[in-house]
Design a protein around this ligand. Structure first.
Ligand code: NAD
Length: 292
């Protein structure tokens, strides 16, 4: 399939990423977008978040008229059942929770109900595309399209190639990313965390280790990285704000399996934060570690 043939795109999952992907696709004005989640309340919440962002970041800044906002909303339909909603989709983008078992179940179902020629993509940040593809009868049409948060602002899309992803599928995924104004970077799925997250997580872990060793405070470590490495924001602050620590905790077993115990096992400070109910290293330093 070529990008010119794509008319309808289904996005499975109406959470943080799914709702933003649906919104960005709809703003192009070229596609009918269907956004799915498990129940009516979740799809409604996804729609409300889209309307909020369109108002706040586009209408109020004069980048979209009220009418264009309404048209953008109108191009997005919602659904709670995969069966009918993907039956005429040309592309499906999965953005459900980061759990390989659940993703494989969804991929099996999508494969059963989407047209044979449709591309099925995952927005996973960490999980293996070939394994998701193995749940389908069309592994050549399965690919990773990894958007970054916030989708409207971040220019990178990692296009992730599974063992059996075809060249045609890769081209379609890259073309879709370009249509959205993104820069696709292709990588193989043999890397846990693909490119950007793999390197970034290693840096965040090392920065957290320095906090644990009390080499300096999180603010000082962030300052050193910003000024010394020319980073726009401190990685520890970024990880606090984007909810990165709970993701590391939830994915520890996957990380050990994929990276080995030395790299995969949680840093002691991250484990202690999780045990004592902290999700931000700045708070943990302030309340606990600086006095402990
Ligand atoms: P989220 O928890 O905000 O949303 C996930 C949504 O999927 C929820 O609304 C949930 O109800 C829905 N869902 C779960 N099972 C479902 C099913 N069977 N059918 C339909 N919907 C179902 O998660 P998120 O942050 O949007 O992450 C989604 C994916 O994107 C994950 O793979 C994640 O790793 C990846 N990702 C996240 C970010 C980020 O910054 N949050 C960035 C890039 C990639």
């Amino acid at each position: 399939m070529k990008i010119e043939d794509v008319k309808k795109i289904a996005v499975v999952g109406a959470g943080i990423m799914g709702s933003q992907i649906a919104e960005n696709l709809s703003r192009l004005g070229k596609y009918n977008v269907c956004m799915l989640d498990k129940d009516d309340q979740l799809v409604r919440k996804g729609l409300q978040s889209i309307e909020f962002r369109l108002e706040r970041y586009f209408v109020s800044k004069g980048k979209l008229t009220e009418r264009e906002k309404q048209e953008t909303m109108a191009r997005i339909t919602v659904a709670t059942e995969i069966e009918k909603s993907v039956a005429d989709a040309d592309v499906v983008i999965e953005a459900i929770v980061e759990n390989l078992g659940l993703k494989k179940e969804i991929f099996k179902k999508l494969d059963e109900h989407a047209p044979g020629g449709a591309m099925i993509a995952s927005n996973t940040s960490l999980q293996n595309i070939s394994e998701m593809a193995s749940a389908t009868k069309r592994p050549d049409k399965v690919v990773g399209i990894h958007f970054f948060n916030p989708v409207a602002m971040m220019r990178l899309v990692e296009v992730v190639k599974g063992v059996r992803t075809s060249g045609e599928t890769l081209s379609l995924a890259c073309d879709l990313a370009r249509k959205l104004g993104k820069e696709p970077v292709v990588c193989r799925d043999s890397s846990y965390g693909f490119l950007a997250n793999r390197a970034y997580i290693a840096m965040v872990n090392e920065a957290a280790q320095m906090v644990w060793e009390r080499v300096a405070s999180p603010a000082e470590i962030d300052k050193a990285l910003m000024l010394g490495m020319n980073l726009p924001e401190g990685p520890l602050r970024v990880w606090d704000v984007t909810g990165g620590w709970p993701i590391l905790v939830a994915s520890e077993q996957d990380a050990i399996r994929e990276l080995g115990p030395e790299k995969g096992r949680l840093n002691p400070i991250v484990r202690l934060m999780a045990r004592s109910g902290y999700t931000r290293i700045y708070d943990f330093w302030e309340d606990v570690l600086s006095k402990w």
